[in-house]
Write a protein that binds this ligand. Structure first.
Ligand SMILES: [Zn+2]
Ligand SMILES: [Zn+2]
Length: 281
């Protein structure tokens, strides 16, 4: 019973369409997957539609919200997200358009710094998904202004870079509350390197966090052990996923390649079922 609860599609910065991803997951014999695009649920309807052809595969509708903290970003996964909720969609729209404004702002700053890149090329690189700094970096690289993807971040669009621009900020607590409000199950994504994990956890569990992503690409047994301990301490569900994007890069885990305990998907599904029943009653 193979499980992968963290996957991206063309609805954000993944390479496979939702339909292709589901088909590929079925081909690889996975039992449960979750679609978790950045700030978007646009891929869910197609994924669920395709999943009808594969009765042995469960597809969980999800999302991955980006939030800002002083030292970077914290991501929050939301499982069983009610992707048809109008208020939730309106909120996602605001987040995405602020990403767009921010990217445009960065392109403008780069132009003033003497490093013009084409806005339509940035959009092209985003391929219909939500536009982010990686697409700006890619355009800089293509235009020959930097020698590597890394350099684009370090010299220009990193947090303290001269072409960096802010965007509408959501805090981790706001993201968890927003997800909990629409009845989804919020889970802290890839917290392996997070500073101050315990203080985040005590704050976030208060806001409705139900789980923590323990099994993740590149996490060594020591990191997993530390996160398992944190999960026990706060009574959180343990989840895991590859964060597969389909780029095929060296550091990227393949779809379904991590050994994630079947139990993690099972508990998540049980909790969703309990919530659903409580809601119906
Ligand atoms: Zn993430
Ligand atoms: Zn992700």
């Amino acid at each position: 019973m193979k499980v992968d609860l963290h996957l991206h599609t063309t609805a954000s910065d993944g390479v496979l369409t939702p339909g292709q991803l589901v088909t590929e997951a079925a081909r690889r014999g996975l039992s449960v997957i979750a679609i978790t695009d950045h700030d978007s649920t646009e891929g869910i309807a197609e994924a669920l539609e395709t999943a009808r052809d594969y009765p042995d595969l469960v597809v969980i509708p999800g999302v991955e919200l980006s939030t800002d903290v002083p030292k970077g970003e914290v991501h929050v996964l939301g499982y069983y997200v009610d992707y048809q909720d109008k208020d939730f969609q309106a909120r996602l729209d605001i987040m995405r358009s602020s990403r767009l404004d921010r990217a445009r702002h960065m392109v403008e700053k780069l132009r003033r710094l003497g490093m013009p890149i084409r806005w339509d090329r940035v959009l092209e690189l985003a391929n219909g998904g939500s536009v982010g700094r990686p697409h700006v970096a890619e355009a800089l690289l293509e235009a020959g202004h930097v020698g590597s993807f890394q350099e684009a971040f370090v010299k220009y669009i990193g947090r303290d870079g001269p072409a960096y621009a802010e965007r509408e900020k959501l805090t981790p607590v706001e993201a968890v509350s927003l997800l909990a409000k629409v009845g989804s199950l919020p889970v802290l994504a890839h917290p392996g390197e997070m500073e101050g994990l315990y203080s985040y956890l005590s704050e976030l569990t208060g806001a409705g966090l139900v789980g923590i992503e323990v099994y993740y690409s590149g996490y060594c047994p020591e990191i997993c052990e530390r996160l398992l301990k944190a999960a026990r301490r706060y009574g959180l569900l343990v989840t895991g996923g590859s964060d597969y994007h389909g780029h095929g890069g060296k550091g990227e885990a393949e779809l379904g390649s991590l050994s994630i305990p079947w139990e993690s998907a099972q508990k998540l599904m049980e909790m969703a079922e309990q919530r659903r029943k409580a809601h119906v009653r």
